[in-house]
Design a binder for this molecule. Structure first.
Ligand SMILES: NC(=O)c1ccc[n+]([C@@H]2O[C@H](COP(=O)([O-])OP(=O)(O)OC[C@H]3O[C@@H](n4cnc5c(N)ncnc54)[C@H](OP(=O)(O)O)[C@@H]3O)[C@@H](O)[C@H]2O)c1
Length: 340
C-alpha cells in the first residue's frame, strides 16, 4: 500500500523536479495528482515513464489525499495550504510562508529529522530556503565535532532560484546582448544578469541586509542551533542551476582541516571533491541533477584560532527544494504515516 500524493506547482521548476525525484526514488505512490494554476489546466508533465495532466489547484479537493508537496510561492500557499491541511492532507511547503512559524517544523532530514513530529500542530512542514539547505548539510557534522560559533557566508546563487522567469531572463538577455535590436531589459532581476552579478536577492530589510540573507540567519538557527551566529551576503550570478557558497566557520574547539575532510567524507548527503590542483573542486554546472551537497577547498583559516574555509555547491532545485521535500515525505512516511 502506498500514498496518495499531490504535487502543487507541478509546471514550475521545483514541481517538475519533485515529480522526477518521487519517481527516481520510487516513493510508494498509489495515486498522484499534478496541480497548477487554471491557466496551465491540461498541461502535460512527466512522472517517471508516465504523463500526467495538470489539474486546477483552485478547485482541487484534498480530502483523502495523504501528502501534498507545495511549490507555488507564498501567495498561493497562503490560500491553499490551510485548505489541504484542514482536509487531513499533510503539506510539505517550499515557500517561506511557514518557515518561521514556531508551530511548523522546518526540516533538513540530514540535520533535524527528529523535529518531524511537530507537524501534528498544523499538518504542515516547511522546507528551507535553497541556500540554507545545502549549508546546514555541510555544517551539521562539523558542528557535532567542534561546536560552531560563527559562520560568514557569501552565496553565488543561480537564476533558477527565481523560478521559470529567472531562467528565461538570463537566456533571452544573454542572446540579446549579441543581436542589435534584441536587447532585453531587466524585469525579473533588478539589474542586467547576463555577464553580471547582482548583490541583492529578495527585499531589503531595515538594517541594510536582504530578506534572503536574513532567511539564512533565521533558518540556520531554527534547523541547526539557535546559538550559531550567521552573517550572509547573497548574490545572484548568471548560472542556470546550482548554488555555490564560500563559507568561513569559526569553532569553539580546534578542528584540523584533515579531520574536517574525513568527517565530511562520512557525512550523509555530502560528497567531498577536494584535490589541490587545477580542476580538483566542484563548480555548479557539475552538480546539476545530483542529490549531493559537494564540498571543496577545505582549508584552515589562519586568521582565526579555530577557523576553516570551504566551498559548497549543490543543485538548488534538488537539495535546495525538491529533493529535500521528498526526503521529508520519506521521513514522514517511515515515522508518522506508516502504510501497509
Ligand atoms: N527555485 C528554487 O531554487 C527554490 C528553492 C527553494 C524554494 N523555492 C520555492 O518554491 C516555490 C516554487 O518555486 P519555482 O522556482 O518552482 O517557481 P516557478 O518555476 O515560477 O513555478 C511556480 C509554480 O507555481 C504555480 N502557481 C503559481 N501561482 C499559482 C496559483 N495562484 N495557483 C496555482 N498554482 C500556482 C505555477 O503554475 P503555472 O505554471 O500554472 O503558473 C507553477 O507551477 C516558491 O515558493 C519558491 O520560493 C524555490
Amino acid at each position: 500500500m502506498g500514498y496518495r500524493v499531490v504535487v502543487a506547482g507541478a509546471t514550475g521548476n521545483v514541481g517538475r523536479e519533485m515529480l522526477n525525484i518521487l519517481a527516481e526514488r520510487e516513493f510508494p505512490v498509489d495515486e498522484i495528482a499534478a496541480l497548477a494554476s487554471r491557466k496551465s489546466l491540461g498541461t502535460e508533465v512527466s512522472f517517471g515513464d508516465k504523463t500526467l495532466t495538470t489539474k486546477d489547484l483552485d478547485t482541487f479537493d484534498f480530502t483523502g489525499w495523504d501528502i501534498a508537496l507545495f511549490a507555488v510561492g507564498s501567495e498561493a500557499t497562503k490560500v491553499y495550504a490551510p485548505k489541504a491541511a484542514a482536509a487531513g492532507c499533510v503539506v510539505i511547503d517550499n515557500s517561506s510562508l511557514y518557515r518561521y512559524d514556531p508551530q511548523v517544523p522546518l526540516i533538513v532530514p540530514e540535520v533535524n529529522a527528529d523535529a518531524i513530529e511537530g507537524y501534528k500542530a498544523k499538518n504542515i512542514i516547511a522546507n528551507p530556503n535553497c541556500s540554507t539547505a545545502q549549508m546546514v548539510v555541510a555544517l551539521k557534522p562539523l558542528h557535532d565535532r567542534a561546536r560552531i560559533k560563527r559562520v560568514v557566508v557569501s552565496t553565488y546563487q543561480s537564476v533558477s532560484g527565481a523560478g521559470k522567469a529567472g531562467i528565461d531572463e538570463l537566456w533571452s538577455q544573454t542572446k540579446g546582448i549579441y543581436v542589435p535590436g534584441q536587447e532585453v531589459a531587466p524585469e525579473k532581476f533588478t539589474k542586467q544578469i547576463a555577464f553580471n552579478v547582482i548583490p541583492h536577492i529578495d527585499t531589503f530589510m531595515e538594517d541594510g541586509s536582504t530578506k534572503e540573507e536574513w532567511k539564512m540567519v533565521a533558518e540556520t538557527k531554527k534547523i541547526l542551533d539557535p546559538k550559531v551566529k550567521v552573517t550572509a551576503t547573497c548574490v545572484r550570478v548568471p548560472v542556470f542551476v546550482g548554488h555555490s557558497e564560500s563559507i568561513n566557520i569559526e569553532f569553539e574547539d580546534f578542528l584540523d582541516e584533515e579531520e574536517a575532510r574525513d568527517i565530511l567524507r562520512e557525512a550523509p548527503g555530502v560528497l567531498v571533491v577536494d584535490k589541490r590542483e587545477a580542476g580538483g573542486y566542484i563548480t555548479p554546472v557539475e552538480c546539476v541533477g545530483d542529490y549531493a551537497t559537494y564540498i571543496s577547498r577545505i582549508r584552515q583559516d589562519s586568521t582565526l584560532d579555530n577557523g576553516l574555509n570551504l566551498w559548497c555547491v549543490s543543485d538548488n532545485l534538488r537539495k535546495g527544494a525538491a529533493l529535500n521535500a521528498v526526503q521529508i515525505a520519506e521521513v514522514l512516511g517511515n515515522r508518522c504515516l506508516k502504510k501497509g
